[in-house]
Ligand binder design. Structure first.
Ligand SMILES: Nc1ncnc2c1ncn2[C@@H]1O[C@H](COP(=O)(O)OP(=O)(O)OP(=O)(O)O)[C@@H](O)[C@H]1O
Ligand SMILES: [Mg+2]
Length: 367
């Protein structure tokens, strides 16, 4: 399967830069996710790749073929791009049977009827709906409709698969099942795929690589682990997973520049941090730590850096674990602990903030 290359892609709606000069590549057989908040330009990017929107600048190519280029004055229409697409509203036509729905792209391409029949059969088998050809489109569950939409996108064996929030209409449990199914199907057929979502958990599970987008540009590109463990910007850190913020001031910088002692604004509690960005003594910083880089204890642990005494404000039982909101002075902290060791509201506990889990950013001056 070919790769997709996007170079300096731009799209304006009036003066608004929906896509602001982004470049990326989706490698052969890879699933790349575009992840970001509502309005950041994910759908527009996908529609530009599909040819459903005309770009204001930049180039899109598939393999060696240029599909659209403002400079070269090339624009290939959507039906000539060999791309299958699944949208958020899966648009299974109710007046048609499952088979007719799936056959639609083949009929558009004037594929002979007997070949259509064969291809529809194997596409339905691929998505686990084998034998449902004659079922009316209206007599399907949400998950089945989603599969029909997927079969319809795959039936003409596209080189590229584009998916725009395809699971967002499903309930939480079905979404999780379909996520895994989709991933295994994509890997099995090896189709180069671009997947749009604003759900970070979905992106983490599905992606080989992901692009985190913000206001029409790319904040960070990487595999899910990289993005989670090494967010390059506060936006990415905040968007992916939970995070605690602690304001501080750099008290001391070790000569190897890997150890900072910052003072939290709460009672000047010192904290050691090893993940130093650019910080100097006296500088105002923002410390960020994820709940999983913290541990909660009943008794004060010895030989650990960064132990704070806290009070339990909220304890939410989640079955396998408990989510706490703790308070240290006026600093709130979100921490999770094992279900087997419950603490109650009002309990005094000790929390360890792992030095290597703390990220240190320069604090923006409040205006
Ligand atoms: N046809 C259009 N005309 C005018 N503005 C548009 C059009 N399509 C999108 N926009 C604007 O472009 C920006 C990007 O929209 P886009 O649909 O790409 O966002 P998105 O990341 O897919 O968001 P969501 O997660 O809500 O689907 C938004 O500000 C949106 O209002
Ligand atoms: Mg969208």
């Amino acid at each position: 399967m070919p790769s997709v290359k996007v170079k300096d892609l731009k799209k304006l709606f009036g003066k608004m830069k929906a896509v602001d000069g982004i470049s990326f590549e989706v490698k052969d057989g890879e699933l790349l996710t575009l992840l970001g908040p509502s309005g950041c330009g994910k759908t527009t990017t996908l529609r530009l790749i599909a040819g459903l929107e005309r770009p204001d600048g930049g180039e899109i190519s598939v393999g060696n073929k240029v599909m659209s280029s403002e400079e070269k004055k090339v624009f290939t229409p959507p039906e000539k791009r060999g791309m299958g697409m699944v949208f958020q509203s899966y648009a299974v036509w109710p007046h048609m049977t499952v088979g007719e729905n799936v056959a639609y792209p083949l009929a558009l391409r004037h594929v002979p009827k007997d070949v259509q029949k064969e291809k529809v059969k194997s596409a339905l088998e691929l998505v686990g709906l084998g034998g449902l050809e004659n079922r009316p489109g209206t007599l399907l569950s949400g998950g089945q409709q989603q599969r029909v939409a997927l079969a319809r996108a795959l039936v003409f064996e596209p080189e590229i698969l584009l998916l725009d929030e395809p699971l967002s209409n499903l309930d939480a449990k079905l979404r999780e099942t379909m996520r895994l199914e989709l991933k295994s199907l994509q890997q099995r057929i090896g189709v180069t795929s671009v997947y749009v979502t604003h759900d970070q958990a979905e992106a983490m599970v599905l992606s080989d690589r992901m692009l985190v987008m913000n206001q029409g540009h790319i904040e960070q590109e990487g595999n899910p682990r990289d993005i989670y463990d090494r967010p390059k910007t506060q936006f990415v850190m905040d968007f992916i997973g939970q995070v605690n913020y602690i304001e501080g001031k750099v008290e001391d910088v070790a000569s190897d520049k890997t150890l900072v002692k910052a003072l939290s604004s709460v009672g000047n509690t010192p904290l050691q941090c090893t993940r130093l960005e650019t910080t100097k003594r006296g500088e105002d910083v923002l410390l960020c730590i994820r709940p999983q880089d913290m541990a909660i204890y009943k008794d004060k642990p010895s030989n650990k850096a960064n132990v704070w005494q806290c009070t339990v404000k909220i304890a939410a039982y989640m079955g396998d674990h408990i989510e706490y909101e703790l308070i240290h002075g006026d600093q709130k902290l979100k921490v999770s602990g094992p279900g087997s060791l419950p603490f109650k509201v009002g309990d005094s506990v000790y929390v360890e903030l792992a030095p290597e889990g703390i990220k240190v950013w320069q604090r923006q001056k409040k205006s």
